[in-house]
Design a protein around this ligand. Structure first.
Ligand code: P1T
Length: 380
């Protein structure tokens, strides 16, 4: 199956009970047993639930993996990956990443004796300089949140393989419509399915996808042992969202391009961060590993004025000021005070998250309405 067919049919079976075309929501915590241990493959819904299984199979299919796991949030999925590690292990991570991921790493797992090294990975060769005998995991976000930095997955995977280190890629911003990290040699793909996979801002959900059976078994064990699973209703909604991922992403990309190009030419805008722009520092890598450039666009205003950025955000009418991204509706956020507020100011500013940075999740409305909204909010 090709990608667009996989989003609809990948890993799906018609319901064996009544032949329903859409998967039933198995809203049950437990399952009948005829004698202890004798059941139809499902004993307790933390361990497995048929609606969640349908979603996990869809996750695996769209990312070209063999195994999928669904969690109660993106952070719960990341948490499960970190539980593969032990005290004394080291992790190399992109220095620009979602603030909540940074907080989980530094405020929870550092206390368990795991060391995190946050480095710029735009130049993949540099990564090797930081690998030690204790390095067990490389954590990559690409495009990064919110600076849209692109990391070369293929080159990073080669380094990870050479040193026998796991490579995990947070594919939330790109989605498998744009890039499939497992095909490029990553070991684990992670999603905040809250975003583009769900696509309608109506659920919180995480996903992991892997190819290797041993790794999958370890993660299934952690998923069951720690219990951060999603409920069947949310699994159903995420599955429904994935069925239109390809057409939504196509429009997100078209509108993202229109917005980025409008902002680049605006006299009040200083910098525009969108990997489809030819002057983006990693544009060539983006072109080689992504099918298009996505709908996330960040920008700063001339003079880097905090008050002016806040005024622009407040003036927006079609773009809604809110956390999160990846839904059909356009959202605007202020990373320094919202999504990345948990990163200390000096750290934040080193990587470009300055006070005037505005992040847009460009939705699938009419392009003309989005541009008109930016025009009235920014002024000329
Ligand atoms: O919110 P949750 O489903 O737990 O996912 C966390 C997460 C992980 N990775 C990336 C790249 C993310 O963007 C997120 C969540 N991000 C936001 C809420 C945001 O507005 O950026």
């Amino acid at each position: 199956m090709k990608f667009n067919t996989k989003t609809i049919h990948g890993g799906q079976e018609h319901d064996p009970a009544y032949g329903s075309v859409m998967p039933p929501i198995y809203q049950t915590s437990t399952y009948v047993q005829s004698t202890p241990g004798a059941h139809k493959g499902y004993a307790y819904s933390r361990s497995a639930n048929p609606t969640r299984t349908a979603l996990e199979n869809s996750f695996a299919s769209i990312e070209n993996g063999n195994y999928g796991l669904a969690f109660g949030s993106g952070l719960a999925a990341i948490d499960a990956v970190l539980k593969l590690l032990k005290s004394g292990d080291e992790v190399l991570s992109t220095n620009d990443l979602y603030g909540g991921t940074y907080r989980l790493f530094t405020k929870i797992y550092e206390d368990f004796g795991i060391t995190f090294n946050f480095i710029g990975m735009e130049n993949a060769e540099r990564i090797e300089d930081y690998i030690t005998e204790k390095t067990k995991l490389i954590w990559v976000e690409t495009p990064t949140n919110p600076m849209m930095t692109i990391i070369d997955i293929l080159a990073t995977a080669k380094i990870a393989k050479k040193h026998k280190v796991l490579l995990a890629v947070d594919n939330t911003f790109a989605t498998p419509y744009l890039q499939r990290p497992l095909d490029l040699g990553a070991d684990i793909v992670m999603h905040s399915a809250t975003k583009y996979l769900g696509g309608h801002s109506d659920l919180v959900m995480g996903g992991l996808i892997v190819k290797d059976k041993d790794l999958a078994d370890r993660l299934y064990f952690i998923q069951n042992a720690s219990g951060a699973v999603c409920g069947p209703q949310d699994a159903f909604l995420a599955l429904r969202g994935i069925k239109t991922l390809h057409i939504r992403m196509q429009r997100h990309c078209e509108n993202g391009k229109a917005v980025a190009e409008y902002l680049v030419n605006h006299p009040k805008i200083e910098e525009v961060y969108w990997p489809g722009l030819e002057h983006h520092p990693n544009h060539d890598i983006a072109k080689s590993q992504m099918n298009d450039f996505g709908g996330m666009v960040s920008f700063t205003t001339k003079g880097n004025n905090y008050e002016e950025a806040i005024k622009i955000i407040e003036n927006l009418k079609v773009f809604t000021l809110a956390e999160s991204l990846g839904g059909v509706e356009s959202l605007a956020g202020h990373p320094a005070s919202m999504t990345h507020g948990s990163i200390p100011k000096e750290e934040r500013e080193k990587i470009g998250i300055v006070d005037s940075l505005i992040r847009l999740s460009v939705g699938i409305e009419d392009e003309e309405d989005l541009i008109a909204d930016l025009k009235q909010a920014i002024g000329s």
